[in-house]
Ligand binder design. Structure first.
Ligand SMILES: C[S@@+](CC[C@H](N)C(=O)[O-])C[C@H]1O[C@@H](n2cnc3c(N)ncnc32)[C@H](O)[C@@H]1O
Length: 166
């Protein structure tokens, strides 16, 4: 049995997302460039991104659009399908430009999470700008990226932060 309950795991993930997003907003404030949201889900983190980054292009990815009615992305920036196909398909538009990516693709299936983390670590680096921030619910092994300490309010291991080295 896991040391923490599912409720706590979800609670800690949401707290960490909130803290990491606040940190990332400060980090990218002076850096122009698009933002990527991997895992629209119900649209909660997308809604937070849009609220705090109203001028940014936010590219959103998921298999299907299950977001709340008030959390709907711009249809022109919503890409439905498998991320390992939809994100690389935008290479010409995004390569080396993304200043913030939030990957929230994990589930409670450990094996699936291993596959998803490996996929993210493959498809995210080509689109990231030098100095760009990657936030992820799963740990990612990405060459050329330095792990960052989590900001106050985020428990160790509940989220993961990386910066692309210049
Ligand atoms: C935890 S939910 C995202 C929650 C969302 N960020 C929110 O705040 O409401 C994970 C989402 O990732 C999507 N997903 C997982 N793996 C995917 C993949 N390989 N390609 C596309 N979507 C994927 C699922 O469909 C699901 O909607």
């Amino acid at each position: 049995m896991s040391k923490i309950s599912r409720l706590e795991k979800t609670l800690f993930r949401l707290q960490a997302q909130h803290a990491c997003l606040a940190y990332a907003f400060g980090e990218i404030a002076a850096r122009p460039g698009p933002v990527v949201e991997l895992g629209l889900g119900l649209g909660r983190t997308f809604s937070h991104l849009r609220h705090h980054l109203p001028e940014r292009e936010i590219y959103v990815f998921d298999r299907a659009n299950g977001a709340y009615a008030d959390c709907q992305p711009d249809p022109a920036l919503l890409f439905l399908g498998e991320v390992d196909e939809t994100l690389p398909a935008l290479h010409d538009r995004l390569a080396g430009k993304v200043v913030l990516a939030n990957a929230d693709l994990g589930s409670f299936d450990r094996e699936q999470n291993r596959r998803v983390a490996a996929m993210c670590a493959r498809v995210l680096p080509p689109v990231m700008a030098p100095g760009g921030i990657v936030m992820s619910d799963l740990p990612l092994e990405m060459a050329g990226f330095a792990p960052l300490p989590l900001p106050p309010g985020a428990r160790d291991g509940s989220y993961h932060l990386y910066r692309r080295q210049p």
